[in-house]
Design a protein around this ligand. Structure first.
Ligand code: MN
Length: 288
């Protein structure tokens, strides 16, 4: 089995190294990870600038590729450039910090797994509750054991999963719950502070909300100390509303005559033409 491993904490993160060691028990692992931390970048990609990738060594041995880009960039490059063939599995993590509730949508860790799922490859995001001296080896064993079992059950049919491990699960025999993602809003809190020059600045604190829903979710199960496993989907179309909208008969005017534009549009056009002419007049060597 060929496994592409990435993360959003960067190529030197201890969670990545721990997962690399564990996943090596399942197959051949290729590491392609961001050169710098990319937490919270979501599913951003790099396309206005080139992507630089540098080889990272462990002693004399090639260990992986460090990419000056996002986690999603790493998966795209990893699959198309750095894997000798199409990988059988994409894993992202272990992230330092949980990716539960709506945080799933801000997460670079989860975005990398979603990118793997775009390629129709089974993909997993693995996150551990933030902990100063996090025992990543223990968390990596839990992650690997779950991935192995899910693959046995599902086969290699492409599917996307989110695994979260609370601190409490590392101190006893861990138990797992398969639960949905919580969608309660949170993270609206900011701490206002004053810098040395008397200017205000703001720091997002974003603590999780109190668990309200009756149904067990990733947030409530994590609060009880369970490891959580959530199947995800990236299809954002709301099918129920789409069906409801079919009889709406929405119409747009045929406004060909209005194409000439409003006086405002014409003013804008003149300005664009003028600035284009100005640019054309400047030839190399004449710039000041
Ligand atoms: Mn992170």
């Amino acid at each position: 089995m060929l496994i592409l491993l990435t993360n959003d904490d960067g190529i030197y993160a201890p969670g990545l190294a721990a997962l690399e060691r564990e996943l090596s028990r399942l197959g051949e692992v290729r590491v392609v990870a961001p050169a710098k931390e990319q937490s919270g970048v979501g599913h951003s990609i790099t396309y206005l600038t080139p992507l630089i990738a540098k080889e990272v060594f462990d002693g004399e041995q090639h260990w992986g590729w460090a990419v000056e880009g996002s986690p999603a960039d790493c998966v795209k490059l990893g699959i198309t450039q750095f894997c000798p063939r199409r990988p059988d599995l994409v894993v992202s993590g272990i992230n330092s910090g949980l990716n539960v509730g709506i945080n799933v949508l801000y997460s670079g860790t989860v975005a990398a797994a979603i990118e793997g799922a775009f390629f129709r490859i089974p993909s997993f995001a693995v996150s551990l509750e933030f902990h100063e001296q996090a025992p990543y080896n223990k968390a990596a064993r839990i992650g690997r054991a779950l991935i192995e079992q899910v693959l046995e059950k599902r086969g290699t049919e492409p599917q996307l999963y989110n695994i979260n491990i609370p601190k409490a699960a590392l101190d006893s025999t861990p138990e797992v719950r398969t639960v949905p993602m919580d969608v309660t809003q949170y993270g609206e809190r900011f701490e206002k502070r004053i810098d040395p020059w008397g200017r205000a600045y703001y720091w997002a604190t974003g603590t999780p909300p109190p668990v309200m829903s009756e149904q067990e979710t990733d947030l409530s199960a994590i609060a009880k100390g369970f490891v959580t496993l959530t199947p995800l989907d990236f299809n954002l179309t709301k099918q129920s509303v789409l069906a409801e909208m079919q009889p709406w008969q929405l119409r747009l005017e045929n406004d060909v005559d209005a194409e000439a534009g409003s006086p405002g549009d014409r003013r804008l056009q003149r300005r664009v033409v003028a600035s284009t002419r100005k640019q054309q007049q400047v030839t190399p060597g004449q710039q000041d």
